[in-house]
Design a protein around this ligand. Structure first.
Ligand code: ATR
Length: 288
């Protein structure tokens, strides 16, 4: 690590923050490009968040990422936000501008979209409906990105129906007539014409039950995406692969959502390639 008195500083603010992969990810890029700088975990209690947002720029930080549980509060603590943050009412990236003002961005949806296009450049979001499972922040980010990209019909299904209905109503105001709410679990008929299926629930995550969904009705051209990345290959993705369907795992979104932040505090656009994936896989699946 290169670290002088002029080092570029950034970090991730969360509580707890120990689970975050962001220090590893940004640290990899700082090292790879031999940038004089550091990206550190910042464990900030909810009651200290405002103080941290005022202090970090004064301590010389160029920016920071925001993770659970601070993304919604962070929205209120920045001076301005990009369109994605406005839609999400949540901020995952804060940039400190030269005049000291804070810009809040939300790069989750764009991260998902960038990963999807990197893996499947021919994917056309207009080619059919998408089904998003879940109604939390991750589901909202993915749904916004896909509707933005031209998805003609976005179906939402969530265990708690009221949350899916609320999310659909919110999105309908932005993308009128393109939302449909399904029951939980989604009925087989809702799978037959899909271009894309996205799991944005925590089902399938280590310690959680798997997402039990019969993929037989999916068209052969459909892509199955899972935002879960521990484990990297969920039951859902395994079942999709067994059927010869194209799949997208959750790690790529995590890497791609980090690109705008690093471009700012690292001063160059970082590459998303096998090396950065491997450096995260080393901590997710340590061998020996
Ligand atoms: P995030 O912000 O990462 O999206 P979240 O808001 O906690 O996280 O959302 C988790 C999602 O997983 C929710 O859609 C949740 O469904 P509920 O809204 O009904 O809670 C879904 N989820 C979690 N456990 C589930 C389970 N056992 N069965 C079905 N859905 C589940």
């Amino acid at each position: 690590m290169l670290l002088s008195g002029k080092a570029r500083l950034a970090g991730v603010v969360g509580w707890p923050v120990a689970h975050s992969l962001s220090p590893r990810l940004h640290g990899h890029w700082f090292a790879r490009y031999r940038i004089d700088g550091a990206y550190v975990p910042l464990a900030v209690r909810p009651e200290d968040l405002e103080l941290a947002f005022r202090a970090l720029p004064r301590l010389g930080f160029l920016g920071w990422n925001v993770t659970i549980p601070h993304k919604e509060r962070a929205f209120a603590l920045v001076h301005r936000r990009d369109a994605a943050a406005e839609r999400m009412r949540a901020v995952n990236t804060v940039l400190v501008h030269q005049d000291g003002t804070l810009e809040g961005r939300n790069t989750d949806g764009a991260g998902f979209w960038a990963h999807l296009l990197a893996e499947y450049p021919d994917f056309d979001p207009r080619s059919g409906p998408t089904l998003v499972l879940g109604a939390g922040g991750a589901a909202r980010a993915v749904a916004c990105a896909l509707l933005d990209a031209g998805c003609p019909l976005l179906r939402l299904a969530n265990r708690t129906a009221a949350r899916a209905a609320a999310l659909a109503a919110d999105l309908d105001a932005l993308f009128p007539g393109r939302l449909a709410v399904l029951s939980w679990p989604p009925p087989a008929e809702a799978l037959g014409d899909l271009a894309l299926l996205v799991n944005a629930t925590s089902l399938g995550m280590e310690g959680q039950p798997p997402l039990a969904l019969d993929l037989a009705p999916l068209p052969q051209a459909a892509i199955v995406a899972d935002l879960v990345y521990v484990p990297l290959e969920t039951e859902l993705l395994r079942a999709a692969r067994a059927r010869g369907l194209r799949t997208l795992d959750g790690l790529g979104m995590l890497i791609h959502q980090a690109v705008p932040g690093f471009s700012f505090w690292g001063g160059r656009i970082p590459e998303v390639d096998a090396a950065v994936r491997d450096c995260l896989l080393e901590v997710l699946h340590p061998t020996g």
